[in-house]
Design a protein around this ligand. Structure first.
Ligand code: PEP
Ligand code: MN
Length: 337
């Protein structure tokens, strides 16, 4: 980090600032120029509050040279992290997975039908929401504990590992048999939730917030990792823009940027990104082509009667078609990835 000081700074102010910075555990390197003095900070600057320094009247500007995320940073961990579930299903480092299933768990028969179909099409993980973050309190909120019980039952029947969303840390004991805990877009910056998830040892799929940038996504991953849980999968699910033809705008460049900045696997969710079943296939193919480590796709056996997100849900037949095409794209571009 570099701090540029105004020419008007008094000697005692400069001395005081340096003492304070060093008390924060960093070393300082001063270069006095003809017009400006620059302080270079050496060491771990993650705890230094740049806004606080920027607010000082004698400071001209503050520039971070290194990113504030450490654990998630590829600089300190050049190899891809491979997140491996208990049964051996892996994400990252060349391992690609399709996560598929309904938006919400509605009944055991529904989840079983969908699970068997998506497994036959090559899905490696079954999704299904039990706690649903709905905009309206009058909409279906999920089956809660019963929803997780159903997922667990279907996991036993099919052998598919399961992923479901957590909305409140007090529900954690219900997630014992869940293989990946999902943090939804609306909770990406629920820092207390992230801290608690850092204390457990279970893979977390962290979805990008509706209006969050890439750095904020990585800082949220850092919250989980700083607690010691390093099994984090990032998920790009589109961000809110001025566009209205799609539910969100899928930011596929985030896949390339995240792979450059971080060693964590990156999954793309074209269902929530587009909000329309007919756009899921082209976006899934594009995600596979740009190097995503997996896809999360909503599949429903009867989309027209789905209790949540029917318009963006694929039928099992459509999912089978997408899965086949994704495999072809991966084969075609694999040598280049
Ligand atoms: C979901 O995956 O069920 C979901 C609610 O997605 P998001 O958090 O991305 O909106
Ligand atoms: Mn959904």
């Amino acid at each position: 980090m570099i701090i540029a000081l105004k020419k008007s700074i008094r000697a005692e102010e400069q001395e005081h600032l340096i003492q304070w910075l060093e008390s924060q555990g960093v070393r300082t390197h001063i270069s006095e120029g003809e017009f400006q003095t620059i302080i270079g900070l050496v060491g771990d600057t993650t705890r230094i509050d740049t806004d606080l320094i920027r607010g000082l009247e004698f400071v001209e500007g503050v520039t971070r040279i290194s990113e504030p995320f450490k654990k998630a940073n590829r600089k300190f961990h050049p190899d891809d992290t491979v997140v491996t579930l208990n049964g051996g299903t892996a994400f990252g480092g060349g391992a690609f997975q399709m996560i598929a299933g309904p938006c919400s768990v509605e009944s055991e028969a529904q989840v079983e039908t969908i699970a068997r179909a998506v497994k036959a099409s090559g899905a490696g993980v079954l999704r299904g929401g039990a706690f649903k973050p709905r905009t309206s309190p009058y909409d279906f909120q999920g089956l809660h504990e019963e929803g997780i019980r159903i997922l667990s039952e279907v996991k036993k029947m099919t052998g598919l590992p399961i992923i479901t969303e957590i909305m409140d840390i007090s529900h954690l004991p219900l997630f014992e048999d869940v293989d990946i805990i999902q943090v939804g877009a609306r909770n990406m910056q629920n820092f207390e939730l992230l801290k608690e998830l850092g204390r457990i040892r279970k893979p977390i799929l962290l979805k990008r917030g509706l209006a969050n940038n890439i750095k904020e996504l990585l800082m949220s991953a850092e919250y989980i990792m700083a607690g010691g849980n390093e099994q984090v999968i990032l998920c790009e699910r589109g961000v809110r823009t001025f566009e209205t033809y799609t539910r969100n705008t899928l930011d596929l460049s985030a896949v390339a940027v995240l792979h450059e900045l971080s060693h964590l696997p990156v999954v793309v969710d074209p269902s929530h990104a587009t909000g329309a079943a007919r756009y899921v296939k082209p976006m899934a193919l594009a995600a596979a082509a740009c190097g995503a480590d997996g896809l999360m796709i909503e599949v429903h056996n009867d989309p027209q009667h789905a209790l949540c997100d029917g318009p963006q849900s694929l039928t099992p037949e459509q999912f089978d078609d997408v899965a086949k095409a994704v495999r072809k794209v991966r084969e075609a571009v694999l040598s280049d990835l």
